[in-house]
Design a protein around this ligand. Structure first.
Ligand code: SF4
Length: 486
C-alpha cells in the first residue's frame, strides 16, 4: 500500500520496451524504489504527480490522465469496484489544498518509448540547464511566485513534451463560418434537437435506413454511437456516410477505447473526406462492460480530452500529433460528453472546462431526469465562465418500462433517476401504461429545460425506440426549428 495514493492495490510497473544503458536502468530502479512505496508509481516515464496532488493517476483502470470519466463516483471506480475512483480522490485532495487550477492543464498521452524508464533523468537535465545555484537562490528567496515558477521550469518539460505543449488556456476555433448545419443553427441561437440512433448489429441496413428517414426531419443532426457498452456494431463512420447519402447530417461518435493515436487521426481525416462535419469525442465504456472475452481493460492509448486536443490542433494548427504539417486540414465541429450527475458537480464542471479548453465546442450531456438539480450543474459551469464558449444539449431519454428505469438507475454510470420518476414509472407499468408515462416525463423535462439559460437544445436518446422521437419533438413544439431543406 502506498503512502500518498489512497486505496491503491499493487499494480506492476511498466517495463521498458528496449534494453537501456546501465546508468538509466540504475536510475529507474532507484526511482521505482522511492516512488513505488510512496505513490504506487508504475513508471509511466512522464510523471504528472506535481499536477495531481501527489496521487498517481496511473491507478485509473481506463488509463485516464486528464480527469475522471463520466462514471466516476465518490465511493468506487465503476470499472473495478474494489478500488476507489482515483480521479475522484485527486480532485478531492486538489480542492482541499487549493490546487484545483493545476488540474486544468491538458496532459499528454503516454510516450510509450519512455514507459518503464525514469522521469528523474529529465528533471536532473532541466535543473542542470537552469543552474543549481540559480535554483537554490530562487527557492531560498521564500517568494511563492519565484519558487513555483522555478519548480515549473524544472518539471514542465518532463510532463509537457515538445510534441504536446498542453496548457490550461481556452483556444478559440480558428475559423468563423459554421462548418455544419448543427453549428450553423446553434450559432444562430436556435433551440436544437439531435437524436441518437444505434448502429445495426449486422450488415443489414434496413432498420438503419428506416430510422434515418424517420428522424431526419425531426432532428438537426443524428448521432451514431461507436460500439456502446463495448459491443461491436456497424461502425459509426459507415452509419454516418449512409446518413449523408440519405440527406441527414451525422454526428459521428468516436470512443477512445478503440482508438490508438494513429487510428484516431486517420479515421477523422477519412470521415471528413466522406463529408462528416460533426465529431463527438468520448472516452467510451470500459471493456469491462463487453460480453467478453475481455480485451485489455487497463490501457487506453488516449482519453477524450487528449482526443479533443489532438483534433483541434489538426484542424486549427494544421498539425498532426507528431508535429508534421498537414496540407488541407479537415474542418469539423467538435463535441464532447458532459455528465452533470456523476460524482460531484464542482468536479464535473472543472472537467467540462478542461474539455472546452482542449477543443469542445458543444456538449451532449448524459441522460437527465432532474431538471431542477440541473440548475446546480449549470451554475457550476457558469462559475467556470464557459457558457459563452460551448453549446449545451441536454440528454433526454424516454423510458419505456419500469425495468428500463431500474436498469438506468442501477447499472448506467453517471445517471441519476429521482424517486419520483421511479414511482411514476412503477405505477404506470402496473397499469400497462409505461410507454405513455415515459413520453410524458420526457415532455415535462423538455418543457423545463427549454427555459434554462445556457441550454441550447436537447439530445434525444431513444435507445431502440426511435419511433417515439417524432412525437416528442412535435408535442414539445420543436419541429419547426429542426426542419432542414434537405
Ligand atoms: S505519474 Fe507516472 S511516473 Fe509519476 S508516479 Fe505515476 S506512474 Fe510514476
Amino acid at each position: 500500500m502506498s503512502v500518498f495514493t489512497p486505496g491503491r492495490r499493487y499494480q506492476p510497473p511498466f517495463m521498458p520496451f528496449k534494453r537501456q544503458p546501465f546508468k538509466k536502468r540504475l536510475l529507474a530502479k532507484i526511482e521505482l524504489a522511492v516512488k513505488g512505496p510512496l505513490f504506487g508509481c508504475r513508471m509511466c516515464g512522464n510523471c504528472l504527480l506535481a499536477e495531481t496532488a501527489l496521487i498517481c493517476p496511473m491507478e485509473c483502470p481506463k488509463g485516464l490522465r486528464n480527469g475522471p470519466c463520466g462514471g466516476s463516483t465518490p465511493e468506487k471506480c465503476y470499472v473495478d469496484e474494489s478500488r476507489p475512483c482515483i480521479w475522484y480522490k485527486i480532485y478531492e485532495r486538489s480542492f482541499q489544498l487549493g490546487r484545483e487550477a493545476l488540474l486544468l492543464e491538458v496532459l499528454p498521452p503516454m510516450d510509450w518509448e519512455k514507459a518503464g524508464n525514469d522521469s528523474w533523468g529529465g528533471i536532473i537535465d532541466n535543473a542542470k540547464q537552469i543552474g543549481v545555484r540559480t535554483i537554490i537562490s530562487r527557492l531560498a528567496s521564500g517568494k511563492p511566485d519565484s519558487i513555483s515558477s522555478t519548480m515549473d521550469s524544472i518539471l514542465r518539460p518532463v510532463r509537457q513534451p515538445e510534441w504536446w505543449q498542453g496548457d490550461s488556456e481556452y483556444h478559440a476555433p480558428k475559423y468563423t463560418e459554421p462548418v455544419s448545419e448543427l453549428e450553423k443553427r446553434l450559432k444562430a441561437g436556435e433551440f436544437v434537437v439531435t437524436a441518437e440512433i444505434s448502429p445495426p448489429l449486422s450488415v443489414n441496413t434496413d432498420k438503419l435506413h428506416k430510422n434515418i428517414n424517420l428522424l431526419k426531419n425531426y432532428a438537426t443532426a443524428l448521432n451514431f454511437t461507436d460500439n456502446a457498452s463495448a459491443v461491436p456494431r456497424m461502425s459509426s463512420v459507415a452509419c454516418s456516410k449512409i446518413a449523408i447519402d440519405l440527406g441527414a447530417e451525422p454526428v459521428m461518435q468516436i470512443s477512445a477505447r478503440e482508438k490508438t493515436r494513429v487510428g484516431l487521426q486517420s479515421d477523422v481525416i477519412g470521415a471528413s473526406a466522406l463529408g462528416v462535419r460533426n465529431f463527438l469525442c468520448l472516452t467510451g465504456d470500459s471493456m469491462m462492460m463487453s460480453p467478453g472475452p475481455k480485451g485489455r481493460m487497463d490501457v487506453v492509448d488516449i482519453d477524450s480530452i487528449q482526443m479533443l486536443w489532438i483534433l483541434r490542433r489538426l484542424r486549427d494548427e494544421a498539425k498532426y500529433l507528431d508535429g508534421r504539417e498537414i496540407k488541407n486540414p479537415p474542418q469539423y465541429f467538435l463535441g464532447a460528453a458532459a455528465t452533470p450527475f456523476a460524482s460531484n458537480m464542482k468536479f464535473q464542471a472543472l472537467r467540462e472546462q478542461k474539455k472546452v479548453n482542449a477543443g469542445a465546442q458543444f456538449f451532449q450531456t448524459n441522460v437527465v431526469f432532474d431538471a431542477d438539480d440541473l440548475d446546480n450543474w449549470l451554475n457550476e459551469i457558469a462559475k467556470r465562465e464557459i457558457l459563452d464558449k460551448v453549446y449545451i444539449l441536454i440528454g433526454i431519454s424516454p423510458i419505456r418500462s419500469f425495468k428500463m428505469a431500474k436498469y438506468m438507475r442501477d447499472k448506467i454510470p453517471g445517471i441519476f433517476v429521482p424517486d419520483v420518476v421511479m414511482k411514476r414509472m412503477e405505477i404506470a407499468d402496473q397499469k400497462g401504461n409505461a410507454e405513455e408515462e415515459g413520453i410524458q416525463i420526457a415532455l415535462e423535462l423538455i418543457e423545463k429545460i427549454k427555459t434554462k439559460q445556457g441550454v441550447n437544445g436537447v439530445h434525444i436518446m431513444a435507445v431502440g425506440w426511435e419511433e417515439a422521437v417524432p412525437r416528442i419533438v412535435e408535442e414539445a413544439s420543436l419541429q419547426n426549428h429542426q426542419a432542414i431543406m434537405r
